[in-house]
Design a protein around this ligand. Structure first.
Ligand code: GDP
Ligand code: MG
Length: 435
């Protein structure tokens, strides 16, 4: 019997209708947080579907701290989706060639300088190459950055052939013993065929060790489409997400990783040459979810759910349809608010009176057990509970007939009371009384 009781309580706490809705509400909140952070809707949906399955699978709601376990699952899932571990770039080769591609203004030139500085600090001998042939200012920009970080810059201001410039730079690197060549290229404001053909030609000619696609995190959903196009044409090795010092929540990281399935390798968080970071999926997961603020998401979902449930039950009370299911739901709400004795103790003068009384959350257990041993029909229409049904309920819940009778009696009185109040309210008596 004890076994059965335990099982009933577990069912109550765990897998009933109510908790299913709770998960659904929380999932909805998480999905909204993701789309707010610029995660593509379809990606967000796939992710939250997975999280829901995991949450139900790991029995989040019967765990000691459902909120925390839930948060852990969300974090884990996002981290895993973004590649789990941080991934560096491959700079093996003699020389190793890194090709930088992306739209105009995405931060290619800035990143090239940063990467050169980063590698130089690791003791590498680096050459920067200005292969942006369309804007004379672009060459100067790279030269300034090169000077700043102490890395030589290769350029041919008169040459209008990006492929040739890149090839010449690599021969020069071989001659002068440079071990890593970083090729900064031209971008356009939007994807266009001429640009794609040029960057494809450069790639074919120099067979880079590593091709990195640079994308502005502030461009949100567009970043995903751009990444997709560049990946189809260039089959790049990794992504650099820039301008993360702004308001962007970084959802682009998640969408891009999911859609093109290439790792994000670096993030850029400012215009200064030091503002380059290796990409850490777990940190980005926190950022996307609002700096680890998922707990409040869970709480908000819970609250919204509680309010809806209260409204629903209120409506049923008014229509005299209050049944044992509603009663059970109310009991659980009260329990969620904390220890019953503590709650009562907050009423002035009550503390002393209840000091020796044996009220705690466990006092509800027999009641919960009795209700859960009722069939759905019995919960809705307790008047059908006759002698043999009572016997069955008592046995199933590990209680006795007297306890079952008491609960039925109390419930009946409660319903009569509600009905009375409803009729009084309807005839306006209650309003008069209150005045
Ligand atoms: P490119 O056209 O792709 O070569 O882009 P640039 O490197 O010239 O960068 C375009 C603008 O964005 C410049 O004003 C940079 O200073 C700025 N920028 C680049 N990366 C970052 C970053 O991570 N954060 C911020 N705030 N600005 C950046
Ligand atoms: Mg540039």
């Amino acid at each position: 019997l004890q076994d059965k009781l335990n099982k009933a309580i577990k069912t109550l706490k765990g897998q009933g209708r109510i908790t299913e809705i709770n998960v659904a509400a929380t999932i909805k909140e998480v999905r909204r947080a993701l789309t707010d952070a610029d995660v593509n809707y379809k990606v967000a949906k796939d992710i939250t579907d997975r999280i829901r399955d995991k949450a139900l699978d790991r029995k989040v709601l019967i765990s000691v701290e459902p909120g925390q376990l839930f948060v852990k699952i969300v974090q884990e899932e996002l981290t895993e989706l973004m590649g789990g571990e941080a991934q560096g770039i491959n700079v093996k080769g003699d020389p190793a060639v890194v090709l930088i591609a992306g739209l105009q203004g995405s931060g290619k030139t800035t990143f090239s300088g940063k990467l050169a500085s980063h590698l130089k600090r690791q003791g590498r001998n680096v050459l920067l190459v200005a292969a942006d042939i369309y804007r004379p200012a672009a060459i100067d920009q790279l030269k300034v950055l090169g000077e700043q970080v102490g890395v030589e810059v290769y350029s041919e201001p008169e040459n209008k052939n990006a492929v040739q410039i890149a090839q010449n730079a690599i021969s020069q690197a071989r001659k002068t013993g440079k071990k890593i060549v970083i090729v900064d290229t031209a971008g356009r404001l939007a994807v266009d065929e001429a640009m794609m053909q040029e960057i494809e030609a450069v790639k074919r000619a120099i067979s880079p060790t590593e091709t990195l696609f640079v994308v502005d995190s502030m461009t949100g959903q567009d970043a995903v489409n751009t990444a997709k196009t560049f990946n189809e044409r260039l089959d790049f090795d990794g992504v650099v997400l820039t301008k993360l010092d702004g308001d962007a929540r970084g959802g682009a990281a998640l969408s891009i990783k999911t859609v093109v399935n290439k790792p994000i390798k670096f993030i850029s968080t400012g215009e200064k040459m030091e503002a380059l970071d290796v990409f850490y999926p777990d940190r980005m997961a926190s950022r996307i979810l609002g700096m680890g603020d998922v707990i409040s998401l869970v709480e908000r979902a819970q609250q919204a759910f509680d309010e809806e449930e209260a409204k629903r039950i209120n409506a049923k009370m008014r229509k005299n349809q209050f049944d044992f299911d509603d009663f059970l739901s109310q009991l659980q709400q009260i329990k969620k608010m904390g220890n019953v004795k503590d709650l009562l103790g907050m009423i002035p003068g009550m503390g002393k009176m209840i000091k020796d009384l044996d009220i705690d959350n466990d006092s509800f257990k027999p009641i919960e057990a009795i209700i859960s041993s009722m069939t759905p029909k019995e919960r809705q229409r307790p008047d059908i509970i006759d002698g043999s049904r009572k016997k069955r309920i008592a046995a199933g819940s590990g209680t006795n007939i007297t306890q079952v009778n008491n609960l039925l009696k109390q419930f009946d009185e409660m319903r009569k009371m509600m009905k009375k109040m409803n009729t009084m309210q309807a005839s306006g008596k209650l309003n008069k009384m209150m005045k």
